[in-house]
Write a protein that binds this ligand. Sequence first.
Ligand code: NIG
Ligand code: FE
Length: 413
Amino acid sequence: MKADLLVTGISQLATAQGAGPKRGAAMRAVRVTEHAALAVADGMVVWADREEAWTGEAAAAIDVGNRAVVPGLVDPHTHAVWAGDRLADFEARTSGVGYEAILAAGGGIWSTIRATAACPEDDLAALARPRIEALLRSGATTIEVKSGYGFVPGAELTMLRAIRSLGASTAARIVPTLLIHVPPRVASDRAAYVSHVCASLIPRVAQEELAAAVDVFVEKEAWSAEEAEAMLAAAHNNGLAIKLHTEQFQRVGGLELGLRLGALSVDHLEACVPEQFAAIAQSSTVATILPGVSLHLGLPPAAGRAMIDAGAAVAVGTDLNPGSSPLFSAALALALAVRLNGLTAQEALVAGTVNAACALGRTGREVTSRGRLEAGLAADFLVLEGSDWRDLVYTLGANPVRDVFVRGQRIAV
Ligand code: NIG
Ligand code: FE
């Protein structure tokens, strides 16, 4: 066998096993190979096993010095493009004002919309670039980025174009999503907005290939399940995948809608109740939990442990955004999922790699080849600082990731 690069000196090569996320229980397994090596050709893994078993030829070699290697993380949920800040909200919340009350009063997400919609495309991309670099440094080699702070359809398009230009200027693989975030504040304007999204915005986004999926925020202070259904059906009719922000504060039918429509993922789920866990488990939809939100808003975390026990496929995202989760580390999101959502280290690795990749798409080599380290799959991997892979989810505050490789190339981060 011939390789471009052989990576040796790997104390532990830890990777999720198995392709699909279908059953949480089946996907819990992490395979750890001690004293391993990894061979790369053309950006793909061509061989991974115990170092002593390597018999091929490699054009170059790197010895990582007895350190652990894991797959590049997949962050399946971010709002990394925004302008302005939410420090006044933060101060209000820490003095006892609720997130929903701030939103209902026209602040919160609305204040970020005011700042973002006024910002040109290049400036939006420039603001987001260091955030993406921070996520990449923390181990996220694939990052989903949502629009949703444009509100006016033209400003949503500007956000998606900024996301596209970010994707062209970072080593991270960027997956764009159109987010239909909050409805017009005047109730009588909602129906016209939904019609415009369905008849004009979504077809345009699909035609210009500006997003892979459409996300709708279903919540008492946002869209109803009925309004969301119309927009998600339009997404489907235009060949786009769907996902939902749902059951964050209240249950207004978003989860059931997402499962019925075959959403890639249902995200947040802090307000989910046990009867809903089995329904998720019986679906092909990934349950994406966001522990940064629970930490930052001081609200009860999603029941990740119980969801996995019920058989659901759980993914973890940072939800990086200025209002509910200013969390710039994918590794820390996994560490928090262990502490706040009750995942084991193994489940957190699965949640942050292969399950998160499935939350971004179920078909297409680009997405399904990520999140695991096996011959034939993408050579996106992390060299950790330590020799035990569990440091990835143990460490708090310091970055457990030493080196990041995307397509077999070491990224200067
Ligand atoms: O995922 N819940 C809705 N949307 C975002 C927060 C956006 C914001 O507060 O700016 C979320 O939590
Ligand atoms: Fe979000």
